[in-house]
Design a binder for this molecule. Structure first.
Ligand SMILES: [Zn+2]
Length: 167
């Protein structure tokens, strides 16, 4: 299942990308152009806007109710029955939605703070924005946040300790 997120759900898009889901952005241009793109790529439009009508643009729309991005993510996963794959967590650029490429440690030199370069051996790069990702404490925090995002996680305390691969 692939998505297109409009401006009303930008933070939600990032949360879903953390889980490895394919969520393209729609930031500018006319609604009909975005609809064409969504149609061609079989994407579901995620939005909080109530002005957009499914029948007018001929694509599937998921209207997000919650205010909180984490709740929004749960809403999408639960109502659409999406099951993110742990091996795909952290596989995309949070800004661009591009799939990250593994790079040699040497390629990260100069592109990340020195102490980060010394600390880690595994680096990934976004092919579009060139941003470099590494497995750091910020990812650990995101990992916890991400697991809380998953439906049913509150009832399954064991899940919070589950090992998930990070970049
Ligand atoms: Zn990027």
């Amino acid at each position: 299942m692939k998505f297109l997120a409009d401006r009303t759900v930008g933070k939600l898009a990032k949360k879903l990308r953390l889980l490895g889901l394919d969520v393209a952005d729609w930031r500018e241009g006319k609604l009909l152009q975005a609809a064409e793109k969504a149609k061609a790529e079989e994407r579901i439009l995620l939005t909080r806007s109530r002005r957009i009508k499914e029948e007018e643009i001929g694509i599937q729309i998921f209207m997000v109710d919650a205010n909180d991005p984490r709740q929004q993510a749960r809403e999408v996963l639960t109502k659409l029955g999406v099951k993110p794959k742990p091996e795909e967590y952290f596989s995309r650029c949070l800004r661009c939605n591009e799939e990250l490429w593994a790079i040699a440690k040497e390629e990260a030199q100069g592109g990340v703070p020195d102490f980060i370069y010394r600390l880690y051996d595994s680096f990934h790069r976004c092919p579009r924005c060139r941003r470099i990702y590494w497995p750091g404490s910020h990812l650990e925090r995101m990992k916890k946040d991400l697991i809380k995002t998953l439906p049913g996680s509150k009832d399954e305390p064991g899940l919070a300790e589950a090992e998930t691969p990070i970049l």
